[in-house]
Write a new protein. Structure first.
Length: 533
C-alpha cells in the first residue's frame, strides 16, 4: 500500500542544488543532468523539486531546485479502504472541499455521503453552453454548482499562500493520483487547466464510490435535522431527510440560499470582508512583450516560454487594489447563479493558448464600507453583492450580456464609443461603468490602475477592456467554527468547511480545509490514531 514520504525521504529533499537554464532546456533531462554534473559529482540520481520562470533579466531563464540521490518525487497517495458499513457522515457540496473531505474520511474509516445540488461534471457542460450562448441560467447547474464546484470550470490554479493550514503536498499528490500531470508537484504556480479538471474530478468520484462512499446529484440541502439537545443529525432536502452522525457544510460561496436558511435557523454566521471589482483583459502578446521584454516586431513569445502573467498590488486612498486570479491565454466567463444578475470570472485551458489575458482587478470591501452603504447584519455582504450584480444585469440589457468599457475610457469616466474584441462570449454592452459601480470601488480602482500604469507602462493599453463585475472573489460570510474541533458552537455535529464557510480561497486551500475538517470530524465519530488535526 502506498504511504506518505517517510521522515528520511523528507530529509533527503533538503539536499538541493539550484540551476539556471534557458527555458527551452528546463525540461530536457540530458541538459539538466549535464548542468548538475558540472556542479556536483558522485550522485546517483536527481529530481526536480521546483521550477520557476525568472523574467526579471534578459534573456529570461528557468530556475530549478533539484534534489540529489532520489529516484522520484514522492507522490503522496491515499490509503484507500472499504468503508462499507462504517459510520456515515453527510458532506454537503461536491467541490474541492467536499471531495477532499470525503477522500480523507475514507482514509480514516468513515463512509461519506456527498449530496450535490448540481449535476455530474460532464452533464454540467450543456447548462454552461446554454448560459454562454443563450443567457439561460440554471440555478442548480452553472459555473458554481455541480460536481467539482466552481473550481472545475474556473481555471484550475493550485497555488496557495496558506500552506501552513494543511498538508498541501498530500493534496497535490491526490490530484496527481487521479490524473493530474506530475508537473504540479514542482511548478511554482501549479495549474491544471479547465479542460483537464473534469476528468480528474470524475476519477475522484469513482474512487469515493469504489470504496463504498456515495455521491448523490440533484439533491439540495434546505435545512438541518436536529435531535436531542439540538445535535445536528442530518439535512432536510426536497425528497426528505438524510441522516448521519455528522454534517459537513462545504457549499461554496455562491450558495446564498444556504446562508439565508442558516440565518433563519439561528446558526452562527457573521459578515466578513471580501474583494470586488472588475475583470480587465489585455491582448496576451502585449503581456508577453512587457514581461519578457520582447520587441514590438515579435508576434509571439518563444515557444520555450509560457504565456506571461502578471501580479499587481498598490495602496490608494481608502484601501488596496490588487490583481486576482490572473488568467494568461484565458477567457472571461459568465458565472451567475440566478436570473437577473451578472457575475464574471476568468479561466485558462491547460495550454493557455487563447489570444487574451484577463485578471480580476479588485479592492477589499471592508465592514466599514458595508456599514456606510447601509448593508448591515451577517448577510450585509451578500445583499451588497446582489445589488451590484443586479445593477450590472440591467445595464447589460438582459440575458448574460455584461456591461463593458475600454480601459482608457474607464479611467476618464466616459462611455466607450465602441468596444475591442473580447473573450467574453455572452455579449457585451458599452456602458460607463463609473456610473453603475459603487463610488468607493470606482475611485479606488481608477487610482490603482493609474498606479499600475506607472509600475507596468502600457497597462492602459488602447485594446484593453473592462468587464463588470468581478464580485465573488471570496465568501462575504463566515460560518463560525471552533479552531480545534472545526465544529460550529451551539450546533454539535455541524462542521463548516471550505471557501463558502470563509476558511479557504481557491482550489488547493479548499481541498486542504476539507482534509482538516475530515480529520477533526473522524476523531469524534470514528476515533483512530490517525484522527489528529
Amino acid at each position: 500500500m502506498n504511504k506518505r514520504p517517510t521522515a528520511k525521504e523528507t530529509e533527503a529533499f533538503r539536499r538541493e542544488v539550484t540551476l539556471r537554464l534557458p527555458p527551452d532546456l528546463a525540461r530536457d533531462d540530458e541538459a539538466i543532468d549535464r548542468a548538475l554534473r558540472r556542479q556536483v559529482d558522485g550522485f546517483k540520481s536527481w529530481v526536480v523539486l521546483r521550477r520557476s520562470l525568472d523574467a526579471r533579466r534578459q534573456p529570461a531563464s528557468m530556475e530549478l531546485k533539484v534534489a540529489l540521490d532520489l529516484s522520484e518525487v514522492p507522490v503522496s497517495k491515499g490509503e484507500w479502504k472499504s468503508v462499507r458499513g462504517a459510520p456515515e457522515v453527510i458532506v454537503v457540496g461536491g467541490g474541492p472541499a467536499g471531495l477532499f473531505c470525503a477522500l480523507r474520511l475514507i482514509e480514516l474509516g468513515v463512509r461519506p455521503i456527498i449530496i450535490e445540488r448540481g449535476k455530474p461534471v460532464r452533464e454540467r457542460r450543456r447548462d454552461l453552453v446554454a448560459l454562454v450562448r443563450h443567457g439561460q441560467v440554471n440555478p442548480e447547474s452553472n459555473y458554481c454548482f455541480g460536481e467539482g464546484g466552481a473550481g472545475t470550470y474556473s481555471d484550475g490554479k493550485l497555488y496557495t499562500r496558506a500552506k501552513k493550514r494543511g498538508d498541501w503536498h498530500r493534496a497535490l499528490g491526490w490530484f496527481v493520483e487521479h490524473g493530474a500531470e506530475p508537473d504540479i508537484l514542482v511548478d511554482t504556480h501549479p495549474h491544471i487547466g479547465t479542460n483537464k479538471l473534469p476528468g480528474i474530478i470524475e476519477a475522484m468520484r469513482h474512487r469515493i464510490e469504489s470504496c463504498g462512499g456515495e455521491v448523490r446529484f440533484g439533491v439540495r440541502a434546505d435545512g438541518l435535522v436536529r435531535g436531542e439537545g439540538g445535535r445536528v443529525q442530518g439535512v432536510q432536502t426536497e425528497a426528505g431527510q438524510v441522516l448521519a452522525e455528522g454534517v459537513v457544510l462545504a457549499t461554496g460561496h455562491g450558495a446564498r440560499d444556504v446562508f439565508q436558511w442558516m440565518a433563519k435557523e439561528g446558526l452562527r454566521i457573521e459578515r466578513k470582508p471580501f474583494a470586488m471589482g472588475v475583470r480587465i483583459e489585455h491582448p496576451q502578446i502585449w503581456v508577453d512583450r512587457r514581461q519578457y521584454r520582447l520587441s514590438e516586431h515579435q508576434e509571439a513569445a518563444p515557444l520555450s516560454l509560457p504565456p506571461a502573467a502578471y501580479s499587481l498590488v498598490t495602496q490608494v486612498e481608502g484601501g488596496g487594489v490588487f490583481s486576482f486570479c490572473m488568467c494568461p491565454g484565458g477567457v472571461i466567463a459568465p458565472c451567475a447563479t440566478a436570473d437577473g444578475e451578472i457575475v464574471t470570472n476568468g479561466w485558462s485551458p491547460s495550454k493557455r493558448n487563447n489570444p487574451w489575458a484577463n485578471s480580476g482587478i479588485v479592492t477589499t470591501v471592508e465592514e466599514t464600507d458595508l456599514d456606510a452603504s447601509g448593508h448591515h447584519g451577517p448577510l450585509g455582504g451578500v445583499a451588497f453583492q446582489r445589488e451590484v450584480e443586479q445593477t450590472c444585469h440591467r445595464a447589460g440589457g438582459g440575458g448574460q450580456a455584461a456591461p463593458a468599457q475600454r480601459l482608457t475610457d474607464f479611467v476618464k469616466r466616459r462611455r466607450s464609443k465602441d468596444l475591442p474584441n473580447c473573450s467574453y462570449l455572452a455579449g457585451l454592452r458599452s456602458v460607463d461603468l463609473t456610473e453603475i459601480l459603487p463610488d468607493f470601488i470606482v475611485d479606488r480602482l481608477i487610482a490603482g490602475i493609474l498606479n499600475f500604469e506607472r509600475k507596468m507602462p502600457g497597462y492602459l493599453h488602447p485594446e484593453a477592456i473592462v468587464v463588470a463585475p468581478e464580485s465573488r472573489t471570496s465568501s462575504p460570510v463566515r460560518m463560525v467554527r471552533d479552531p480545534q474541533s472545526c465544529m460550529m458552537p451551539g450546533a454539535e455535529g455541524l462542521y463548516p468547511c471550505g471557501e463558502g464557510a470563509g476558511y479557504a480561497g481557491g482550489i488547493l486551500s479548499a481541498a486542504m480545509d476539507g482534509m482538516r475538517v475530515a480529520t477533526a470530524l473522524s476523531a469524534v465519530v470514528h476515533p483512530s490514531p490517525d484522527s489528529q488535526v
